[in-house]
Design a protein around this ligand. Structure first.
Ligand code: BES
Ligand code: MN
Ligand code: MN
Length: 475
């Protein structure tokens, strides 16, 4: 198998001829409710892993394996028969976020439906649809003569949405199984429709629970109200103490180590086609934007830490009225981290500050659920040029470089532990409703993503294997 495919024409023709089949297969993948955070769905996460592995085997990938872990499984496959070319590590995740609130969906979250050129389902864009683009690009390249233009490893995980602990452990235990020259991840979005985008930074995060306790047990609010502490009120006071009205996080020292983006990066962000009024009206849909007014919206999203409350639990939430002072109240609170910050230091600062502002008569415990480091990826490597060229061939436009406000925990490990750059080459759109009701993926983008990946892998095959000291391009 010494042949190296340098012409993507046949693969592109195959991909195009099989678009409908690719979409039908994606629908089947999306019907599996692989919600990683809900224990009742762990067998569904496993089913999604098996579904993916079966397809990888069918298209001719090798060493296909569902790797069981103490958490959700991983899926591995490789095809390492293109000597003298780079090795590309494809990554994606097949777990999804919970679909609630269900009543907001126009079609059920696990019954994919195509409307107006979009496929609607939980996981459509995040990330099953984008992972499926990788599978379909590999299939298109392999169908001709069972060769690929580069060496490929593929690793997919089933718990990205809950922190990605197992893939991180696997990478630390078996770095040789993921040995590659570059990682390619399609789990981000394009800055605007039709505008090819590489994301070069992701925020990190700490996800916590703050539990406040008051009395020994629930109390009658008439018999004890006025004398006994109320943990919900205490929790509200703690939460409101975490951020001021101007959007600054009040935790002492939180901003001390925050690194600012370079002047060049800030300048590039200012030239992006961003319309604040449009963003407010069509994406956010509130009356005003909030946050640190001294930073632009893109800076606030990409290079500033933030703190959010995701939910508050406990007490009486049923229909009607119950006069009770609950014994405890819990909130889910996360902070997004930017370069310069670490999860451990941020968690320490949060804990100390919560202890300092906990109202008398109550106690607060802060628990860490999961965490991940922020990452900024360099663009000084020839794979970036291959990716931008590939996308120019598909979209007819030059790539913009952005950061993302979200997190993909393993990307930092690719950089730090494997020592390789990652191309965050995503094809979602800003209004795809990730993690929200009516998540969608633009079907044309799904196809354009497949084509971009076919072209990228072909162009990457023309690159000489990079050595850490000296990366050369033959493009
Ligand atoms: N694909 C997203 C991350 C993302 C989306 C990055 C859009 C940039 C642009 C990913 O699946 C995700 O949602 N990650 C979680 C992280 C996690 C540790 C819970 C997130 O960001 O909330
Ligand atoms: Mn994702
Ligand atoms: Mn997600």
């Amino acid at each position: 198998m010494a042949h190296t495919a340098t012409d993507p024409t046949a693969a592109l023709a195959f991909a195009q001829a099989n678009q409908d089949a690719a979409l039908e297969e994606l629908k089947a993948f999306l019907r599996i409710p692989s919600i990683s955070t809900l224990p009742d769905h762990s067998s569904d996460v496993h089913r999604a892993a098996e579904f993916l592995a079966a397809e990888l085997l069918r298209i001719g990938m090798q060493h296909v394996e569902v790797i069981d872990t103490p958490g959700h499984p991983l899926v591995y496959a490789d095809h390492l028969h293109a000597p003298g070319t780079p090795t590309v590590l494809c990554y994606g995740h097949f777990d999804v976020q919970p679909p609630d609130p269900l009543e907001e969906w126009l079609s059920p979250p696990f019954e994919p439906e195509v409307r107006n050129g979009n496929i609607y389902a939980r996981g459509a864009v995040d990330d099953k649809g984008q992972l499926w683009m990788h599978v379909k690009a590999l299939e298109a390249l392999l169908q001709q003569d069972a060769t690929l233009p580069v060496n490929v490893r593929l690793i997919a995980e089933g718990e990205e949405e809950v922190g990605g602990e197992q893939i991180a452990a696997f990478l630390r235990a078996h770095p040789e199984r993921l040995k590659a020259d570059v990682a390619v991840v399609s789990d981000t979005d394009m800055f605007a429709p039709g505008l090819p985008t590489l994301c070069v930074g992701l925020r990190g995060m700490i996800y916590t629970e703050i539990e406040v306790k008051g009395a020994r047990t629930d109390l009658h609010s008439g018999m004890y109200g006025g004398a006994a502490p109320n943990p919900f009120v205490a929790l509200a006071q703690i939460l409101s103490g975490l951020k001021d009205a101007e959007g600054h996080i009040s935790i002492p020292g939180l901003y001390d180590s925050v690194e600012r983006p370079s002047a060049a990066e800030l300048k590039a962000w200012r030239s992006l086609p961003f319309d604040e009024a449009e963003y407010l009206a069509h994406e956010v849909g509130s009356t005003e934007l909030t946050g640190e007014a001294e930073y632009t919206v893109l800076e606030r999203l990409w290079s500033r830490p933030t703190l959010d409350v995701h939910g508050v639990m406990g007490g009486f939430t049923g229909a009607g009225a119950k006069t009770v002072i609950p014994a405890k109240a819990t909130a889910k609170v996360s902070l997004r981290l930017v370069p310069g910050m670490t999860p451990a230091d941020t968690f320490d600062k949060l804990k100390s500050y919560v202890a300092a502002i906990t109202p008398k008569g109550t106690t607060a415990e802060v628990r860490l659920i999961h965490s991940g480091d922020p990452v900024v990826i360099g663009t000084e490597n020839p794979f970036v040029a291959a990716a931008t060229q590939a996308m120019k061939e598909v979209f007819g436009k030059d790539t913009v470089f952005v950061r993302g406000g979200g997190s993909i925990p393993i990307v930092g490990d690719f950089e730090r532990n494997l020592g390789i750059p990652t191309l965050l080459m995503g094809f979602g759109l800003p209004d795809d409703n990730l993690h929200a009701p009516n998540e969608k993926f633009n079907v044309a983008n799904f196809y354009a993503g497949i084509e971009s990946l076919v072209r990228f892998l072909t162009l990457a095959g023309l690159l000489s294997v990079p050595h850490p000291s000296e990366m050369q391009t033959e493009l």
